[in-house]
Design a protein around this ligand. Sequence first.
Ligand SMILES: CC(C)(COP(=O)(O)OP(=O)(O)OC[C@H]1O[C@@H](n2cnc3c(N)ncnc32)[C@H](O)[C@@H]1OP(=O)(O)O)[C@@H](O)C(=O)NCCC(=O)NCCS
Length: 167
Amino acid sequence: MEITYRTAAPSDAAQLLDYLKQVGGETDNLTFGAAGIPFTAEQEAALLERIAASSDSRFFLALDGDRIVGNACVDGMRNARLRHRRNLAITVLRDYWGRGIGTGLMERMLDFCRESGAELASLEVRSDNERAKALYRKFGFVSFGTFPKFFKIDGEFFDVDCMTLEL
Ligand SMILES: CC(C)(COP(=O)(O)OP(=O)(O)OC[C@H]1O[C@@H](n2cnc3c(N)ncnc32)[C@H](O)[C@@H]1OP(=O)(O)O)[C@@H](O)C(=O)NCCC(=O)NCCS
């Protein structure tokens, strides 16, 4: 298996929506489940185009051949008072966990954050998601608090840890 990484293009939209349904159905760690995100392929393509043209946001893919097996998104803030920050998100298909793909995606996100002049990276992670928290701590992220009842999934509340990294 050779994993490659690249930024997402509008032509990835349809496969990406299918990927998000799969990864959303594999854990309850994300803001969406097996239904994926409520976008048409056209809407997703337009979003990817906007992100690709942006100077402060980036959408990365990890691929096994032509198959998407991981994704990561850096989300920049437009408001002048928030422009020093980037919010990060990451997913990897369950069959591919533990093979360094999360690490590869995080390295690319943080390189982009620094290149684009960000001073602070932030993310939210379910407090019981030890695997993800270990990945983030490895890169120096620290928890600064807990957001109680952040998720409500099938009637059950879940807290998240709020984490930041000074760049
Ligand atoms: C969290 C996630 C992105 C990690 O991706 P991954 O490709 O498995 O990550 P890596 O293989 O690069 O491992 C990263 C680190 O995770 C930690 N880790 C790996 N396996 C672990 C395990 N079984 N238990 C705890 N931590 C573990 C280690 O610190 C590892 O770093 P190391 O190998 O240098 O020691 C992936 O599990 C995932 O997508 N999960 C579902 C979605 C999700 O939770 N996303 C995050 C939402 S905030």
